[in-house]
Design a binder for this molecule. Structure first.
Ligand code: NDP
Length: 290
């Protein structure tokens, strides 16, 4: 029986945000410039509204400027593109984030492509995805960046480890696989058409769930001692009219099998905003040439 240790993403993210706040203070003292993050929210999706509020709060706490643009759901694509163009041109804005999902009448890819890649703190622009893929410096998507930070902090070098990433989205699975490759892991990307997913997972030294299916990855799919990173955030019925959050991994079953595991909530989730702040500072430094 393996002793399973919990990865405290919440605590790690708090420390990271403190460090970033210190670096922001130094940057402001050296350049007289306050890094600024603009967040654009279209429509009234309640989960998105919570994310945007938290992002704004934590941006201010880190000593950065926060610009929130809340637009009605009926906003047209041309109007949104015009806002993005004005933010691209605004010297006080170093990072731009357009909260997804966008309403169906707006072409999200078109909007993401309109963001200046130098201000693309979500790392979703094809220029940044391409730069990451060919091994150049890039603004890297926040959630995968947070996963790799946690992994390196707990495991040290990842070189030679076998990583299996379940999920191949452009937001999580694919960029995470690229980052793990950059760390010299041997990487497998699994998805809904993968044959014998449990067997693929059992080969993993590092197993990542980025699927969006509650507790799909069972304890018996985990190699004893493996490190498990659970990206999934799923709201499930907790009875009595209440709900609770669970990940993509059956957390209780993983006890005594996984060596290390991120909980949901309190694992990967808090790292995402911390990495957004990190990317905003990185973008500001590059734009200012510091
Ligand atoms: P997507 O829906 O874009 O992608 C899900 C992926 O899972 C797809 O590649 C899909 O495969 C794969 N998949 C679906 N069903 C199965 C299955 N039965 N077996 C194997 N693979 C399957 O989701 P995201 O990447 O955007 O998000 C994934 C999860 O991470 C969600 O729960 C989301 O809420 C969470 N998330 C958490 C964040 C955080 O801050 N912690 C940030 C972003 C996301 P295929 O491509 O073949 O369809």
């Amino acid at each position: 029986m393996v002793e399973t240790r919990i990865i405290d993403g919440k605590g790690f993210a708090e420390e990271l945000r403190k460090r970033i706040a210190g670096e922001v203070a130094d940057f402001r003292a050296a350049t007289g410039i306050t890094p600024g993050l603009a967040v654009v929210l279209v429509g009234e999706d309640p989960a998105s509204a919570v994310y945007v509020r938290n992002k704004g709060k934590q941006t201010l706490e880190a000593g950065m400027a926060s610009f929130e643009h809340k637009l009605p759901a009926a906003t047209g694509e041309a109007e949104l593109l015009a806002l993005v163009a004005s933010l691209n041109a605004d010297p006080a804005v170093h990072g731009i984030l357009v909260q997804l999902p966008l309403p169906a009448h707006i072409d999200a890819q078109k909007v993401l492509s309109a963001i200046d890649p130098a201000k693309d703190v979500d790392g979703f622009h094809v220029v940044n995805a391409g730069r990451l893929a060919v091994g150049l410096d890039a603004l890297v998507p926040c959630t995968p960046l947070g996963c790799v930070m946690l992994l390196k902090h707990h495991l040290g070098s990842l070189a030679g480890l076998r990583a299996v990433v379940v999920g191949r989205s452009n937001i999580v699975g694919k960029p995470l696989a690229q980052l793990l490759l950059r760390e010299d892991c041997t990487v497998t990307i699994a998805h809904s058409r993968t044959k014998d997913l449990p067997e693929e997972c059992r080969r993993a030294d590092i197993l990542v769930g980025a699927v969006g299916r509650p507790e799909m990855i069972r304890g018996s799919w985990i190699k004893p001692g493996a490190t498990v990173i659970d990206v999934g955030i799923n709201r499930v019925d907790a009875g009595g009219g209440k709900t609770r959050l669970v990940g993509d991994v059956a957390f209780d079953e993983a006890q005594g099998i996984a060596g290390l595991i991120t909980p949901v909530p309190g694992g990967v989730g808090p790292m995402t905003i911390a990495c957004l702040l990190q990317n905003t500072l990185t973008a500001a430094r590059r734009l200012v040439g510091d």
